[in-house]
Design a protein around this ligand. Structure first.
Ligand code: RIB
Ligand code: CA
Length: 328
């Protein structure tokens, strides 16, 4: 049976890749999408998500608008990374439908509680919507199988030297999710930045006659990092899509169950501290080891396998072309 998933997104170049994968892979049942400000304004994120789902042939998947800004921090978009329209400047046909009338928190509550089996909640953005959901309707945890979140890092950050963008954008929201008691899977920068598509493949896709394959190629080709010299470099990261791929191919990742906390003060605000010590330290002996959550943290990934899993799902016919001819 396909796994029921809800994606919470700030579409965004790589959120778009994640939506395309979730809508395409037969082992996933994309039952809803909730939107939050992050990479772009909420209005832009909603419109981008609706447009991308239309290209994915998933115009039936409901989309709900959530928080306009983090719980405490101001809204800070990432136009310098995802382009002014949040979608690498790619202009897709305007959405032919509206978002759900009742907003993300109410939408998430009814979608989760009404589903006949526990739902996997995949957060690919600042976790403001999910924090509000947990604070408003705590009973939803009874029908959440786990939260798979793209966020955090056991090592360096990207938004700051120590904090990853989604957690840094709304640290309080991340702390609420960590303390929820829901099983948590962290797909952080340690693996997020490892999965890339070769540039020649991305360029070939961008020239495809198939609208979905062409969109994938255009998104992968978006330069999201300029070097000091001012020219842009090709990265080809599938980004958020890798977190969704991990649901379908968990054995392609190496994980450890580790204590994780979010720092809320000082320069380290938004840092996910991952405790990888092998032996207890003074904090434990002196009763200072509070505020930690047990999280399954992804630390390694078979990047080529995940990249191919992604491409096989979103590029029509690719998997069949690569399949060995029948011996008979
Ligand atoms: O740090 C990477 C995360 O920030 C991704 O979810 C990307 O879409 C941005 O939201
Ligand atoms: Ca995102």
């Amino acid at each position: 049976m396909p796994i029921p998933v809800i994606l919470d997104v700030d579409t965004g170049v790589d959120d778009a890749l994640a939506l395309l994968f979730a809508a395409a892979h037969p082992e996933l049942d994309l039952i809803g999408v909730s939107c939050v400000a992050g990479n772009a304004s909420l209005e832009r994120v909603v419109e981008n998500s609706l447009r991308v789902l239309a290209v994915a042939g998933a115009g039936h998947v409901p989309v709900a608008a959530g928080a306009h800004r983090p719980l405490i921090e101001p809204a800070r978009d990432a136009g310098h990374v995802h382009g002014a329209n949040g979608l690498a400047g790619i202009e897709l046909p305007p959405a032919a439908r509206e978002a759900e009338a009742d907003g993300a928190v109410a939408f998430l509550r009814r979608t989760i509680l009404e589903h006949p089996e526990p739902v996997t909640l995949v957060t690919l953005a600042p976790q403001t919507n999910v924090a509000l959901l947990l604070r408003t309707h705590p009973g939803v945890v009874d029908n959440i199988a786990r939260i798979v979140f793209m966020g955090g890092s056991a090592g360096p950050g990207n938004a700051t030297a120590v904090a990853e963008f989604n957690v840094w954008h709304d640290p309080e929201a991340a702390a609420i999710v960590l303390s929820s008691g829901v099983p948590l899977y962290m797909y952080g920068l340690d693996v997020f930045e490892r999965v890339a598509v070769p540039q020649d493949v991305a360029l070939e896709l961008a020239a495809s006659a198939d609208p979905r394959a062409a969109l994938v190629g255009q998104l992968l080709n978006h330069r999201i990092r300029d070097t000091e010299g001012g020219e842009s470099v090709y990265l080809g990261h599938i980004g958020d899509a890798g977190a969704v791929c991990s649901i379908v191919a968990p054995d392609a990742l190496r994980t450890e169950r580790l204590p994780v906390r979010v720092e809320l003060a000082g320069y380290g605000r938004g840092q996910t501290v991952v405790d990888r010590r092998r032996f207890p330290g003074e904090d434990l002996f002196h009763g200072l080891a509070d505020g930690w959550a047990e999280v399954e943290v992804a630390l390694g990934i078979d990047d080529e396998r995940i990249a191919n899993l992604f491409l096989d799902a979103v590029v029509p016919g690719r998997a069949a072309d690569a399949a060995p001819a029948d011996a008979g």
